[in-house]
Design a protein around this ligand. Sequence first.
Ligand code: PMP
Length: 460
Amino acid sequence: MSTSAPDTMSASGTFAAVPLGGPTLPQERRMVTSIPGPRSQELIARKAAAVAAGVGHTVPIQAVAAGGGVVLDADGNSLIDLGAGIAVTTLGNAHPKVVEAVQAQVAQFTHTCFMISPYESYVGVAEALNRITPGDHEKKSALFNSGAEAVENAVKIARKYTRKQAVVAFDHGYHGRTNLTMALTAKSMPYKSGFGPFASEIYRAPMSYPFRDGLSGADAANRAISIIEKQVGADNLAAIIIEPIQGEGGFIVPADGFLPRLAEWCRSNHVVFIADEIQTGFARTGAMFASELFGVVPDLITTAKGIAGGLPLAAVTGRAEIMDASHAGGLGGTYGGNPIACAAALAAIDAFEHDGLIQRADEIGAILTERLTAMQAADPRVGDIRGRGAMIAAEFVGPVTGEPDGALTTAIAKACIADGVIVLTCGTYGNVIRFLPPLSISDDLLHEGMDVVAAALSGA
Ligand code: PMP
């Protein structure tokens, strides 16, 4: 039995067919039912019966098409998308270049296993990543399926190269939900609770969090380095892994100088500096990679999410001598660098390089910041506004105490979704709303989305 959206739609009788996704989808917020509408409710009920309870969802709709700056549901509601599927459809959903590349590739071949019979697109993606990631040193890449898998492999590679074992991650950091990456991830609930035991030889250092610690970048780095030296020891340390701007942890932007000082310490101590750019990569922050904004050149960089316009692909890219430390057969996997995902990535990277998207991320960031700053001026519960490019967040606090206000944040996000605007929350204390719109969103739609956010805030 087919379970595709068009079948569901034809049963509705309210409109004939699901429009194609992509940028030609009408760019409007349109609410024809409350959320969730009846068809969405039906799917959510089937989900509850068929899908494991641990797989949650934020927006209770049945998505049937998406593109530009909207997501369409099975009830005919058109929601403004300020989340891009957690920073994945940075280019815009069903981007024409990606669609064309995928259609051509799927008709050619769908899989050979790169480890069995190599093909050109995998090598092309590796070449592109080696070229566009920070630093002009010789680089190599390896491709995987998910962000967590890329992180796991970056750690494997760093351990093999340094012949050391310990890895340092940071407070508020998020690196995935597999066993090793759960250990690297800071937050227990919901990511780790009850899922131990976790991988060994993982240590945690304090992050630079200017809104809460008030430290300069140098002081925050020295604090972290001192803890690393005392509690781990450089002689035992293979790598530190850090998100240049933390994603799930609350869009925490470290103070200037924090990342360069850490990178310099790593260089002097034969420790691999891994930048996890899975959320920040590919034009999202107003640079191709956020490391550039802080003047750091990572030894290894992990990428995923925006890399392939929504298809599952991830990579580790880095210094050739580090990447080549593994023996043949030590890295890889059946699907890693799947040809359809690679075709999509080549198209996506072409768009990131040539379609003015880095500039567009900054324009979007300016609008988001201006709108949030106006909200903050009128409402002391908006404690902090931070981020870069089209990766901007507001942290909500008790106006007198400055304590994180997760309940307020949840209420605002719920009200936005009910009113047809997809927003995502994040943060160790669940008190941050993050804005990650697709770069294909129009200014008008973005402003309308922020009008809804402002109304949700004043009503909360
Ligand atoms: N690292 C970072 C910085 C992320 O934001 C994420 C996903 N939110 C991951 C790793 C894990 O990626 P995936 O969900 O593709 O495994």
